[in-house]
Design a protein around this ligand. Sequence first.
Ligand code: ADP
Length: 604
Amino acid sequence: MKPSSKLVWAVVAAWLVLQALFIAIAVWMPDGANRNAVGNLFFCLLPLLVNGVLLSNATTANWRKNAFWMLLALGSSIWLAGQFIWTYLAVYQHQGPPNTFSAEVLFFLHTVPMIAALTLQPHKRHVESSAKFGQVDFALIACWWIYLYAFLVLPWQYAVVDHKLYLQSYAIISAFENLIFIGGATMLAVQATGRWRWIYASLVGSRTVYVVGLVFFKIFLTSPNTSRIRIESLPLIYCFLFLGIAGVCTYGDALEKEEGEAPNLEPPSAIQAAGESLWASRLARGALLSLPLIEFWCIKTRHVPEAVHSFRMMITLGAVLPLGFLAFLRHELMDAERLRLLRASQESLDNLKRLQTQFVQSEKLASIGQLVSGVAHEINNPLTAILGYSDLLAEDPTVDSRARSLAEKIREQARRTKTLVNNLLSFARQAPSESRSLLDINTIVNTAVQFRRVDLRGKNIHIDVQTSTNIPEVRADANQLLQVFCNIINNAVDAMNEVGGGTLTVRTLFEKGNAVIILSDTGKGIRDPQLVFDPFYTTKPVGQGTGLGLSICYGLVHDQGGKIACQNRLEGGATFRVELPAVSTLFSQRIGAPVSQPKPAKLA
Ligand code: ADP
């Protein structure tokens, strides 16, 4: 997508105005202190203007894009800092042309954040890894370039003062640095599409004119004229204008919108992200490795004065420390990141296994439920007829007593079968309960216990209820909860009956936002704890157990957003734990719903 034509015209107009202004100063202002001051101020204002344009883009929701624009602006600001010092020396201190401008390192360094900006590749979609890597990489790149500058340029400024060699080595290293930038930006311009291609192309343009100006200025023109108002300064204006164009390329249509046009783009995986960061670690290793190689080259080729040689040796030794430290830091961060990824993948694997088990359980319940509901409906109709006819026969006084007693037996067996069929239908029911209300879990538990206590008289079985008072209410279906607790209590009573009696302890408590109900018995314990929630699993004799009770409970508790689990106790017996999400007191007050009294459940 091309920038809108209005914008292009605005940029061309600004370009022409600035050039005209520059030429006007050059032509009409007489040579001297005033012209020099105006020229320097002109070159202070130019990067300020460009910075404003660049930074206006750094307001997106994407940190990578923001960092890209900020790093470009930082580069321009470093150049501006050099220009400020230049202006201060030339305009206020009225110093003559310095042979070797001490703050020239700033002009050299201003490309480093720009190289770092390119490494962010903001046109791509990234998996966001730790930003610390980026900072360390940036510090490493900056350190290496400072080292190169100190190695090549500074000896001619401090060890043996040689203006010509200083200018030449400065031009060579700056050109090398800028060529790396141009190469990187060209590569990105080829890869990118739409406006990003325009942005990268503008950056290529900006650096190209900068290099042309630099080589021309430093190598071919060695006149001691420090005035900014001269023909050689024109490439600088073009350089900043290209940088400004890169900034305005985003105006009009937002880049975000352009990215939104590619909905099929898959977010990259963590492996891709790791691949992307490989180049950075290679760069770090390369930078560190370059030091002994340069030192070796230094020792082997001794065609420079002794002072320069010693200076370079010292600089190389000094650079080992910060570069080594940064490489070490990067390694440490990488190790920590790998460990984090390993833990995350282990966790995902565990979650996957857990999900798989749950999925198998749900699938099993769903398919059996479908089968059961079909069969149960088919059985229900003839069963209703059998019940009706056996009722008629059993109540008919004209029928002899033997036939009536047989009819009663048929009626009783038919009723048992009907109860079983109803249980099957209740198990197969898919729809969530519609009669939910805010319930006091202690009331429900007490009601369930009362139901069962009635027929425990004469048996050596006790039920001990220990309720906690500070449990918030739960939103659930009272009848279904009653069914769950009655079923668990019935099973516990059966298990304790088999060992001649015992105690069932029912405890309620509030834990991590859940109402928790723990039912522990002193029965014989569960034979296969992992199978009890499977439909039709029973250890009870034929006619006594259907094996559906706990699988129904499992469905009901999950239906209410809760969990049910069981395990054998070390001291003997079984424990069932039911967790139901509690509604916060505040929330329940806002709703103002009354606590409904549970109705007695109809149980098998
Ligand atoms: P049913 O009661 O019809 O057998 P359930 O689904 O309610 O069906 O229970 C399945 C099986 O779980 C029981 O047959 C029994 O073996 C085991 N079980 C359930 N609760 C307990 C308990 N408290 N102690 C020992 N075993 C139990």
